[in-house]
Design a protein around this ligand. Structure first.
Ligand code: EPS
Length: 401
C-alpha cells in the first residue's frame, strides 16, 4: 500500500511529509521534485506569497545515492515566510497577546468557523493555518515520487485548465501531447490561446474588484495499463479512489470522470465506447468513460475533471459575525490568491499520480523496481498471447458461420 501523510502549517517553520510503500530502486532526485513544486507556484492570479517562497524539497530519509531504499521517504519544505511569523506561530507558549494575530471573524466558505466550533479554538488561526492550501506543497512533492514510478512504467500525467469563472475553452487540439505542451506555455495552464487570454483578463478584473474566481481543470493519465482497481469491493474501485483523492484537495466541489455529468443527459447509445478488435488488441471508438469501466482501468487515457470553488478569502470581505461578541462584522482578510485553478491542476496531477501508483503496485507489486517492471512485462505479454488466441478463435468462429 502506497500512502502519505503531511504535516505543518501555512506560516509555520516548515511543511513535511512521509511517503510509505515506495519500492526500492526507484531513481529520484530533489531537482525532479523541485520542478513540480515550481509548476505548482505558477499561474496568473497567485498572490504575494508566491513571490516570497521558492519551494525547495529536502529528502531526509528513504533515499540513498539517488535511489529509494524501500523505507519511508521523509520530505521537508521550509516556509521562507516563517521569518515574519516565528513569534505569531511560536511552538512554545507565549503571553504576548498582541503577537498572535488572532482571527475572530470567520470567512464564509473557509474552515474558520467549523474549526472554531469543532475544536473549540478561540483563535481561528489554529484552523486556517492547517486548512490552508499551502499544505498542497507536500502533496505535489509526494506526487512527484509517484510520478517517477509511473513514468518508468510508461504512464504520463498532465493537466490543463478548461474553465475559469464563466470563461471556457472552445477549441482544443485532438492530440493530448499538444494539449499538454500548450498548457505548459499558458499563464493559466489553458491550451486554448484565445480562452487563455480571456481568463487572464477575467482574473485581472476580479483582482480590481477585490473578488476571487474558481474554475475547472482536467487531469489526464496516458499509458495506464488495463486492470488497475477492481469492481469486487466499493472502496477498491479506481474511480472511487480517484474521486476521493481529488475531493480531498482544498476548495474542490466536484469531480467527474470521462463525460461525467454530461453523459447523464445523453442516451446510452451516445456515450458507450464501442469495442473493436484490430488483430493485436481491443480498440475503442471513443473514450466517453474516461478510461474506467466497472471501477477498473480499461487501457484508454484516464480523464478526470475537477471543479474548484472561488477562493473564500476576499479582499472585499463578506458579511460575518465576530465569534467573541456575536456582533456582525466583515470577514477576516488574509493575504491570498485571486485565482489558483492553474496550481490546482498541478496538485490534481500529484493526487492522480499517488492513486495510480498505489493501484499499480497492488496489481504489479514487488519490493523493488526491477521485479515490478518484470511483472508488468509478464502480464502484458500474457495479454498479447491471449489476444492472439482470441483472434484465432474469432477467425475460426467466423469460418464456421
Ligand atoms: C498557498 C495557498 C494559499 C495562499 C497561501 C499560500 O493558502 P490559503 O488556502 O490559506 O489561501 O494564500 O499564502 C498565504 C497563506 C500567504 O500568507 O500569502 C500556497 O499554495 O502555497
Amino acid at each position: 500500500m502506497l500512502r502519505f501523510l503531511t504535516a505543518g502549517e501555512s506560516h509555520g517553520q516548515a511543511l513535511s511529509a512521509i511517503v510509505d510503500g515506495l519500492p526500492a530502486g526507484l531513481h529520484v532526485s530533489v531537482e525532479q521534485i523541485n520542478h513540480q513544486l515550481w509548476r505548482r507556484q505558477q499561474g496568473h492570479g497567485r498572490g504575494g506569497r508566491m513571490k516570497i517562497e521558492t519551494d525547495q524539497a529536502e529528502i531526509l530519509g528513504g533515499v540513498r545515492f539517488g535511489q529509494t531504499t524501500g523505507g519511508p521517504v521523509s520530505l521537508l519544505v521550509r516556509n521562507a515566510d516563517w521569518r515574519s511569523w516565528s513569534d505569531k506561530m511560536s511552538v512554545a507558549p507565549t503571553d504576548e497577546e498582541n503577537t498572535r494575530r488572532v482571527v475572530s471573524v470567520p470567512r464564509p466558505g473557509h474552515a474558520d468557523l467549523v474549526g472554531h466550533i469543532k475544536y473549540g479554538f478561540e483563535d481561528m488561526r489554529n484552523a486556517l493555518e492547517r486548512a490552508s492550501a499551502r499544505e498542497t506543497t507536500m502533496r505535489v512533492a509526494c506526487g512527484a515520487l509517484a510520478r517517477r514510478l509511473l513514468e518508468d512504467a510508461g504512464v504520463h500525467i498532465f493537466s490543463h485548465v478548461v474553465s475559469i469563472g464563466p470563461v471556457e475553452v472552445s477549441s482544443l487540439p485532438s492530440d493530448y501531447s499538444e494539449i499538454a505542451r500548450l498548457a505548459e506555455e499558458s499563464p493559466v495552464r489553458c491550451a486554448d490561446g484565445d480562452a487563455s487570454q480571456r481568463m487572464v483578463d477575467l482574473i485581472d478584473q476580479a483582482k480590481a474588484d477585490r473578488d476571487t474566481l474558481g474554475g475547472i481543470f482536467e487531469v489526464v493519465a496516458t499509458g495506464a495499463p488495463v486492470g488497475l482497481g477492481t469492481y469486487v469491493q466499493w472502496d477498491r474501485r479506481l474511480d472511487a479512489r480517484i474521486a476521493m483523492a481529488m475531493m480531498s484537495i482544498q476548495a474542490m466541489k466536484g469531480v467527474e470522470i470521462g463525460d461525467g455529468f454530461a453523459a447523464a443527459r445523453k442516451m446510452g447509445s451516445e456515450v458507450m465506447d464501442e469495442i473493436g478488435w484490430d488483430g493485436q488488441g481491443y480498440t475503442r471508438s471513443s473514450n466517453h468513460m474516461g478510461g474506467l469501466e466497472g471501477g477498473v482501468s480499461n487501457g484508454e487515457p484516464i480523464v478526470v475533471r475537477v471543479a474548484k470553488k472561488p477562493l473564500s478569502t476576499l479582499m472585499r470581505p463578506l458579511k460575518s459575525v465576530n465569534i467573541h461578541t456575536k456582533e456582525p462584522s466583515p470577514a477576516h482578510v488574509e493575504r491570498s490568491d485571486v485565482c489558483a485553478v492553474p496550481a490546482a491542476g498541478v496538485i490534481g496531477e500529484a493526487m492522480l499520480a499517488m492513486v495510480l501508483a498505489d493501484a499499480f503496485l497492488e496489481r504489479f507489486g514487488g519490493d523493488n523496481m526491477s521485479d515490478i517492471l518484470a511483472n508488468l512485462e509478464q502480464i502484458r505479454s500474457a495479454h498479447r498471447k491471449q489476444g492472439k488466441s482470441v483472434s484465432a478463435s474469432v477467425a475460426q468462429d467466423s469460418s464456421e458461420c
